[in-house]
Design a protein. Structure first.
Ligand code: IPD
Ligand code: CA
Length: 257
């Protein structure tokens, strides 16, 4: 395990302890947009993470603070609470999501920590994916009609429209089951550990999915956009699944992107 990964895991656990203590307390909730919320705890958590990571000297991009460049070509990508709606309502499905990105598109590591269940997923480029130290692998189901996918959309109207088109296509044309859970980072980890066959999203932000993406990839998933092109960080259409289902899903999604 690299020193950067050790720092990342220590940081999410430290911040997770604070979040766990505030989980059942009354939160101050502010609205950033339609169905887009932030609480006093999100802000406090991001401040704590910045402090934990400062000595690494890397740049920083967090959901609440935006970009803080400092000349380094490595950037910590942080969502202090992914699944804020769930957190507000004490639904134990949210996580701290922390990834390290080199240049624009090279994900070096990712950590996703659910402070309530204390499940900590992590992955480093080329070294596999782990849940609390045990290796995890994606599911190898080849039958699209029996597949269960997770799917998310961002806050824009366009992403919600495309999400609906895609969902109706997959459910009606392919008899698939499609589920939304409100915390992209953890949903990608559920695919990584083989609980679901795949994940689709449109309109999510880099801090929502960066850590989960490398965890799913290291667990064996294929990552591309809805047309089958290689992922890059300017494209928010994401498909994560096994090689066997990938082409069958793209047949349905390529006209929608
Ligand atoms: C949200 C979650 C959700 C996604 C939303 C995000 P937040 O993150 O990742 O799964 O669909 O677009 O905003 O706001 O709870 O950190
Ligand atoms: Ca968030």
């Amino acid at each position: 395990m690299s020193h950067d990964l050790e720092i990342a895991i220590d940081s999410v656990k430290k911040v997770g302890k604070m979040i766990r203590e505030k989980y059942r307390e009354e939160k101050i909730v502010m609205k950033k947009g339609k169905q887009d919320f932030v609480t006093n705890v999100d802000i406090q958590a991001e401040t704590m993470i910045v402090d934990c990571l400062r000595d690494t000297g890397y740049s920083f991009f967090g959901e609440e603070r935006g970009k803080m460049k400092n000349g380094s070509n490595k950037t910590w990508i942080v969502d202090p609470i992914d699944g804020t709606y769930n957190f507000i309502h004490a639904i134990p499905f949210f996580a701290i999501s922390l990834a390290l990105l080199e240049e624009e598109n090279d994900l070096l590591l990712g950590v996703v920590y659910n402070p309530i269940t204390e499940e900590c997923y992590w992955a480093e480029k080329g070294s596999g994916a782990y849940l609390n130290g045990e290796p995890v692998y994606i599911r190898e189901n080849k039958n699209i009609h029996e597949s269960i996918f997770l799917m998310e959309h961002g806050s824009s109207e366009e992403s919600r429209r495309k999400y609906l088109r895609c969902m109706s296509q997959l459910i009606l044309q392919k008899d698939m089951t499609v589920v939304r859970q409100g915390a992209t980072a953890l949903m990608l980890c559920l695919v990584a550990r083989g609980a679901f066959d795949g994940f689709l999203s449109c309109g999510d932000e880099l801090y929502d999915y960066a850590a989960g993406l490398i965890i799913a990839k290291e667990a064996g998933a294929s990552i591309c956009d809805w047309k089958g092109s290689k992922w890059n960080n300017t494209n928010s259409y994401i498909l994560v699944t096994n090689d066997a289902l990938r082409e069958q899903i793209i047949e349905e999604t390529k006209q929608i992107q």
